[in-house]
Design a protein around this ligand. Structure first.
Ligand SMILES: Nc1ncnc2c1ncn2[C@@H]1O[C@H](COP(=O)(O)OP(=O)(O)OP(=O)(O)O)[C@@H](O)[C@H]1O
Ligand SMILES: [Mg+2]
Length: 358
């Protein structure tokens, strides 16, 4: 592994902001640290950068133990949410700044700045000041300032949080392309699951200073390992219930009956199940058997058009269910009775502790 965290912890007072994190990141990998506010993402990134010392554990980069090394000797660069551009310096000078700090010869500074101006499409903007740039352009300059020193790894802390949605989605594609072209690891901190899912090879879900799971993005989304991940990644319907005698059915509190893909629950024990909104299939009421496990007769309460798909809010007794269907399918109107159904394999089930059960 190109970057290794080995039993890294960080204590602030009596709080363990990072708690025994061990993980490895490959040379050409795009990894996201995804987690809610306060989970420890920034602290972990700062420990890798050398801006923060771990209370315990080691950080290795390219086979070298850098735990005791200051940031500028680690060969990694960091890009922040606030961009942190110098307001009174031009784009060119902002980009040249890290190289001047390294006291590189003028010709090399010139060459490297021209290189980042090229790859980041900043040509023509070199003489402007940051306040004469759009948000996306400022973000590119910040990215360029990280890349100009040809780092061994780039660490990014919510760099797109200040951009509007459309620009953010464009930048996601762009950032991923730079990572692929440069062939260095990018470690990307975000609380935004869409960003993590769109760019990453692997996602580390951070919760209370620990890595809840570190796996391929499809794995994190399609086969969440814990109830926390099922709840945090994607949008889903949550069911609480009790396992039946065979351990393969769940009688939920709201009255729905779920047939699970395999027995795995302790009979009679409490359990949690999640079904992603897009896994709820909708049919007109009256088509096929109305009752039975994994079929829920409900009424459309609201329809929210999203463009390519529609979100349905469904009334089922006292509770609401959420379904998301492509607009190419038959649509339903508010007030219509519908049958929501799903396959056993689309149910993510967890025991009381939130651990995978089936
Ligand atoms: N310098 C510090 N002194 C004391 N506590 C700190 C310090 N820095 C961070 N913490 C605490 O450590 C925990 C993790 O903070 P961190 O900034 O890493 O979270 P985060 O996941 O980046 O959150 P956010 O998404 O809000 O940026 C929090 O409980 C925070 O209050
Ligand atoms: Mg943070």
């Amino acid at each position: 592994m190109y970057i290794t965290l080995d039993g890294v912890s960080r204590q602030y007072g009596s709080v363990w902001a990072i708690d025994r994190v061990t993980m490895g990141i490959a040379r050409n990998e795009f990894v996201s640290l995804l987690g809610p506010s306060g989970s420890g993402k920034t602290t972990l990134l700062r420990i890798i950068a050398g801006l923060e010392r771990p209370s315990q554990g080691r950080v290795l980069i390219d086979g070298v133990d850098v735990t005791e090394l200051p940031p500028h000797k680690r060969g990694v660069a960091m890009v922040f949410q606030e961009f942190l551009l110098f307001p009174h310096r031009t784009v060119w000078e902002n980009l040249a700044f890290p190289l001047r700090m390294l006291k590189l010869p003028a010709a090399e500074i010139e060459e490297r700045v021209r290189w980042v101006v090229g790859i980041l499409s900043l040509g023509g903007l070199e003489k402007r000041y940051p306040n004469q740039l759009s948000g996306g352009q400022q973000q590119r300059v910040a990215l360029g300032r990280g890349l100009v020193g040809r780092p061994k790894a780039l660490l990014l802390d919510e760099p797109l949080a200040n951009l509007d949605r459309e620009l953010r989605q464009e930048m996601e594609v762009e950032i991923r392309r730079h990572q692929t072209a440069l062939g260095i690891p990018f470690i990307y901190v975000t609380h935004n699951q869409e960003e993590a899912l769109s760019m990453s090879d692997r996602i580390a879900v951070v919760r209370r200073g620990r890595i809840e799971d570190f796996a391929a993005r499809t794995e994190i989304y399609d086969r969440p390992k814990t109830a926390f991940i099922a709840q945090f990644v994607g949008r889903s319907n949550r069911f609480e219930g009790t396992a039946d005698a065979g351990g393969n059915r769940l009688a939920t509190r709201c009255g729905a009956r779920l047939a699970l893909p395999a027995p795995g629950l302790t009979p009679g024990s409490p359990a949690l199940a999640f079904i992603k909104n897009e896994k709820l299939r909708l049919d007109a009421a009256g088509t096929g058997a109305a009752s039975g496990p994994n079929r829920i007769a409900c009424t459309v309460k609201d329809v929210i058009l999203r463009g390519a798909y529609a979100d349905y809010i469904l009334a089922f007794g006292e509770r609401e269910l959420n379904a998301s269907r492509p607009r190419s399918e038959r649509s339903f109107l508010a007030g219509e009775p519908v049958l929501a159904s799903f396959a056993p394999g689309d149910i993510d089930v967890f025991d009381e502790k939130g651990e995978q059960a089936a």
